[in-house]
Ligand binder design. Structure first.
Ligand code: NDP
Length: 260
């Protein structure tokens, strides 16, 4: 029997266990995926070992703090500075980031992106800025507070000094709209951005946020974060099982879990 878990706070809302258990069951594997609520990120590795886990995922707010606790880091995770997946590799705990490649898979249907604007400057913004830039995309960041020092390789704006340009893609990585009907920035600024953009993507999933609603009203092709969630889970599952299983098959099995 193999054991897997999601660590975070909160974890009760997450559908990650449903996605992974659907794949485990569908592939006839002797494994189970649960969730572990933590008060402190510093406990993750001790709990990982205590429960004899083969692999785990990390959600808010521990994605950055767990970085220094791993025995080894995948180079992409180290460069981004945040991890969402842990694997037990022969007794050593290795950290990976599958959010970033999962996001790239989710936006593939938009076609070639040359320039993108990311709203927000948290852990997710860092991962997406890194992977977009690695794929040759020019990245600008717009955040309510000044975190310019954390985004030195990118054009960084706050709401007060923003100058709108043409963007292929606008991505909301802020939590605005998650539990409220707030937009990530002033409506006039966002209307200006959308008037000069082609595609909109919100990392929040299973909800028509005010950001997505406005994008649709203004005629942009748009997506929520459901596919990103799906693909980061597929990639994590593949890491758990050393890429032994067909990706399309895992995707189909996990996709079914959204309908449960
Ligand atoms: P962080 O807490 O690290 O960052 C949140 C960012 O949102 C900060 O830049 C913050 O601004 C900004 N922000 C928060 N509230 C508001 C608001 N009311 N108006 C404007 N800006 C705001 O969070 P993460 O980056 O870890 O996660 C962000 C979101 O991404 C979450 O909703 C999470 O669920 C989602 N997510 C989805 C994934 C998926 O697979 N679909 C994967 C990973 C994350 P400031 O810096 O000024 O505080």
């Amino acid at each position: 029997m193999k054991y897997f878990a999601l660590f975070g706070n909160p974890v009760s809302h997450s559908i990650s266990p449903r996605l992974h258990n659907s794949a485990l069951q569908g592939l006839g594997l002797n494994g189970v995926y649960g969730r572990i609520l933590l008060e402190q990120g510093s406990d993750i590795i001790a709990k990982f070992k205590k429960y004899n886990l083969s692999g785990a995922n990390i959600t808010v707010p521990f994605k950055e703090s767990v970085l220094t606790l791993c025995d080894e880091l995948d180079t992409v995770a180290a460069d981004i500075g945040s991890i969402n997946t842990l694997i037990n590799q022969n007794g050593k705990i290795k950290g990976y980031n599958t959010d970033a490649p999962g996001f790239m898979m989710a936006i593939a249907e938009f076609g070639k992106i040359n320039k993108a604007l990311i709203l927000g400057a948290g852990g997710t913004a860092k991962a997406l800025a890194y992977i977009l830039a690695s794929n040759g995309v020019q990245v600008h960041i717009l955040n309510r507070s000044n975190k310019k020092d954390q985004f030195i390789n990118y054009q960084f704006y706050t709401h007060s000094n923003f100058t709108c340009e043409d963007y292929d893609l606008v991505i909301n990585t802020t939590s605005a709209g998650l539990c409220s009907d707030e937009l990530p920035c002033d409506e006039m600024i966002l209307k200006d951005i959308f008037a000069n953009s082609k595609f909109a993507f919100d990392v929040i999933y299973n909800k028509l946020t005010p950001f997505l609603s406005l994008a649709r009203k203004m005629g942009l092709k748009s997506k929520d974060g459901k596919d990103m969630l799906l693909y980061q889970a597929v990639l994590a599952f593949n890491l758990f099982y050393s890429n032994k299983f067909n990706t399309d098959k895992i995707t189909k099995l996990m996709h079914k879990a959204f309908e449960l």
